[in-house]
Design a protein around this ligand. Structure first.
Ligand SMILES: [Zn+2]
Length: 381
């Protein structure tokens, strides 16, 4: 075991005895137990601080992967103190930022992520730091510096989407007191019951007012139509890095070039799974093709082109939640959920989303059935 030789390149991989490559490989493969066992000995007090710091960083990352956020914070904070200022310490701060985000300590998270962005040498980590900063500040409705905006442009990391998405709760208050015995849970029915919906309102993307002279009032909603936006390339990269900006551009286009009162869709779902309020529900949409088709028709668009790619997991989850909530709120039968192509001849919403939608409708119908069977809809609870 050699100490620091003081060579020209003091990168830890070269001078520290921890088998880092093996560790990374185990961690990547989700073998956190083995990864932890591999580096734990190096965290002991008789090791020099720099080695202990690296080991603590690794242990913190294992805990993060295992969703043990409290433990992960302890290790990572220790790592941050043990490591000298530099890329390794910045890496510890990056993971601290992620752990704090999971713990909903947003200010601490931003503080560490900004330090990480400034200090990490790894390009991927830099981009991830910027992405997490932008995504968090967007969520808070705070202004974002163009430095981070540019550094994260076009990036998207599905593994972080759980940080901001709502935990999908159990059925709207199941009748706990009437079921004292643990009955066999019906996971399907529970998972699919409408969760409370988190909707980003128009003011959160700085929408311009609806031009009320160019819209019609909405009649009772009795159907839902799902679309994809299939944007041109330049717009599609904006939609991923900055959904707010995308919505503003789209609204401007609809109002100025198409002479509509507002966006055509009532709801839009960005790649990160956030659901944005489009045209207010009190106005009839402009999405299905003509006024007859738009009557009583809620327009939902997933942002992207789903002929060429699949929607993200976060998008599909949000679509499922949104559809379930809308069906529940307006008493719409799942059989009244359409893909745009069901109503008129069009490739919309793309072949991938079309087949996913069919599957979602089937699930919703099934969950409706079992909820009825279980009496969730009856007054007798
Ligand atoms: Zn469409």
């Amino acid at each position: 075991m050699s100490g620091c030789g003081g060579g020209p390149d003091p990168r830890t991989e070269l001078v520290n005895p921890i088998p880092l490559q093996e560790f990374e490989s185990l961690l990547q493969r989700g073998k956190t137990y083995q990864a932890r066992a591999l580096i734990e000995p190096f965290a002991s007090p008789e090791q020099p601080n720099s080695i202990r710091g690296i080991a603590r960083l690794g242990l913190g990352r294992c805990d993060l992967a295992d969703k043990r956020y409290e433990d992960s914070l302890l290790h990572l904070d220790k790592a941050r103190r043990l490591l000298p200022p530099g890329p390794d310490q910045a890496q510890a701060r990056f993971h601290l930022g992620v752990a704090y985000l999971h713990k909903k300590s947003v200010m601490s998270a931003l503080n560490h992520l900004e330090a990480a962005f400034a200090g990490v040498s790894d390009i991927d980590l830099k981009k991830r730091s910027a992405y997490l900063i932008v995504r968090t500040q967007d969520e808070l409705g705070d202004p974002v510096s163009t430095l981070y905006r540019e550094a994260s442009a076009g990036s998207y990391y599905s593994e972080y989407s759980g940080i901001w998405s709502q935990p999908v709760p159990v059925v709207a208050q199941p009748p706990i007191e009437t079921t004292p015995r643990e009955t066999t849970p019906k996971p399907e029915a529970r998972r699919l019951a409408p969760p409370p919906l988190r909707l980003l309102k128009r003011q959160q993307w700085n929408a311009r007012p609806v031009r009320t002279s160019s819209v019609n009032p909405m009649s009772r909603p009795f159907r839902i139509t799902v679309h994809h936006t299939a944007d041109q390339e330049s717009l599609s990269s904006i939609s991923q890095s900055d959904p707010r900006e995308y919505l503003k551009i789209l609204q401007r286009h609809c109002q100025n070039n198409l002479d509509w009162g507002d966006l055509g869709y009532h709801f839009l779902i960005s790649k990160d799974g956030r659901i944005w309020e489009g045209r207010p529900m009190k106005y009839q949409g402009a999405h299905a093709g003509n006024p007859t088709l738009n009557r009583g028709n809620i327009g939902v668009a997933l942002i992207g082109n789903f002929d060429s790619t699949k929607p993200s997991t976060a998008q599909v989850r949000s679509l499922q939640n949104l559809l379930a909530s809308l069906c529940d709120l307006y008493r719409i039968e799942p059989s009244k959920i359409f893909g745009h192509g069901d109503l008129k001849t069009t490739g919309c919403p793309g072949r991938h989303l079309s087949s996913i939608l069919r599957e979602l409708v089937r699930k919703l119908e099934k969950s409706n059935l079992s909820r009825r069977r279980d009496g969730f809809d009856s007054k007798s609870r």
